[in-house]
Design a protein around this ligand. Structure first.
Ligand SMILES: [Zn+2]
Length: 107
């Protein structure tokens, strides 16, 4: 199992729970193997995870944006486009990201 590049410890990324954790691949479907290869996955509490896939799809898109940023910090934007084919970040989000500050955003 690859190490996540998004979180170092084993807890729910969308909460704080440390039990009943699922592994969520940020880019799924055909890209799931690449998510695994590059450590683009997080732990999410089982029920939060189910809910995200069934109803709260916004949160899955937010995770894709976070995944893209973390990947690009390591490998750059061109590599992201080559591997994942789609840009999830637009200029508005970039501003929001800068306002938040990196530490807060990834806390
Ligand atoms: Zn999932």
């Amino acid at each position: 199992m690859s190490k996540s590049i998004i979180q170092d410890e084993r807890y729910c990324y969308l909460g704080s729970s440390e039990s009943m954790l699922d592994k969520h691949h940020i880019f799924n479907g055909a890209l799931r193997k690449k998510s695994e290869k590059y450590g683009l996955w997080v732990y999410i509490g089982h029920y939060t995870h189910l809910n995200a896939h069934q109803k709260d799809t916004d949160v899955l898109i937010e995770l894709k944006k976070i995944g893209q940023r973390m990947f690009e910090e390591k490998y750059g934007h061109d590599a992201f486009m080559r591997e994942f084919h789609k840009n999830y970040l637009d200029e508005d989000d970039e501003d929001a990201y800068l306002d938040l500050g990196k530490e807060d955003f990834f806390a």
